[in-house]
Design a protein around this ligand. Structure first.
Ligand SMILES: [Zn+2]
Length: 340
């Protein structure tokens, strides 16, 4: 069995589907070659047959390739890449130059490529300070009342809102060192995305992580389906770049009465906190009106890939579009003083 078709197939699968079987696959590969690098005994649901023979060097290369793919495309990676592609299409030439410079990247997908770094960095020793920056835990009471209060909800270790405020000022400051600018750029690309996922603005059950649901036959949790499954069902197999183009067309056409100019109304670097709080409150509001409209019990019943998806997918669609549009405008504002 040639390794390369297997590798390219699986790499593609990892890019479009971020489910735990990527880890199971690693475990399977490790156990199938009797590797001494890993001593894992779990069995895998993915079976490539018992005849696969790998030399230790090739195995190590595969392991490296898998682990870097996994790190680069962690949970929700597809949504972040989509948002980054939308934002990239709105960047002014001067902004593109400045962001490429900050990221030290000449890649075509320089924004999408940087968009998932924060989700792997948070699990490193040096990056653990950034864990609370991915959300703001609104201590409200959905579906009865939704609200975000910065003083009440941000927490002593910071939150998404304080992080966006802080990294905006770092990126705006021409005296910031290159490493700081690089982190500020990739943090902003990621956190402005996170802020638009309604359950990243909710404390209840750890933003829905503790609410068990079934989606397309799989047992998962409510937070996860809003991060990943709903977005992937929306994209229907398209790449993040193609899906972003589709959303950008919708933004420009004003689909469903989207008036994208209102999305950045009042956005100002003089009022960064107020601007970001407006976006956080808007996303949090959807927890009451859509995500948990029928309460926790309602989402714990049935398979949410059917009726629930049908009733609420448009929230995911508009929030991805808003996140991308606002991220582009925000970076333009930081670099040029104009939104676009
Ligand atoms: Zn995140």
């Amino acid at each position: 069995m040639s390794l390369w078709p297997l590798l390219s197939f699986e790499t593609k699968a990892i890019h479009v589907d971020h489910r735990p079987w990527t880890i199971e696959l690693l475990i399977h590969l490790a156990s199938s070659v009797g590797s001494r690098f890993l001593s894992l005994s779990e069995t895998s649901s993915v079976d490539f047959g018992s005849s696969m023979l790998l030399s230790p060097i090739i195995f190590a290369a595969i392991l490296l390739s898998y682990s870097s793919s996994y790190v680069a495309f962690a949970w929700g990676g597809f949504g972040h890449q989509t948002i980054a592609w939308i934002a990239q299409s709105y960047l002014l030439p001067a902004t593109e130059t400045a962001i490429r410079d900050a990221l030290d990247s000449q890649l075509v997908d320089y924004m999408a490529n940087a968009s998932t770094w924060a989700d792997s960095y948070r699990y490193t020793e040096s990056g653990k300070f950034s864990r609370p920056f991915h959300y703001i835990d609104a201590n409200d009471d959905p579906p009865t009342t939704c609200s975000v209060d910065y003083e009440r909800d941000c927490g002593d270790d910071g939150c998404s809102v304080s992080a966006i405020v802080n990294y905006t000022s770092i990126l705006s400051d021409s005296d910031s060192s290159p490493p700081l600018r690089k982190d500020a750029a990739r943090f902003l690309i990621h956190f402005i995305g996170d802020l638009h996922q309604p359950l990243h603005d909710e404390a209840l059950e750890g933003g829905g992580n503790g609410i068990n649901v079934t989606y397309d036959g799989d047992e998962t949790n409510l937070h996860h389906i809003w991060d990943t499954e709903i977005v992937e069902q929306l994209a229907a197999g398209a790449s993040a770049e193609a899906f972003a183009k589709n959303l950008t067309v919708s933004i420009k056409a004003g689909e469903f009465d989207w008036d994208s100019t209102t999305w950045v109304k009042g956005a100002s670097l003089n009022m960064t906190l107020a601007t970001v709080m407006t976006w956080a409150r808007e996303a949090n509001g959807y927890v009451c009106t859509e995500v948990l409209k029928g309460g926790v019990d309602a989402v714990e019943e049935g398979d949410l890939s059917g009726k629930y998806y049908g009733a609420h997918f448009d929230v995911a669609r508009v929030q991805l579009a808003r996140a991308g549009f606002r991220l582009g405008a925000w970076l333009n504002l930081i670099v040029t003083g104009k939104m676009g």
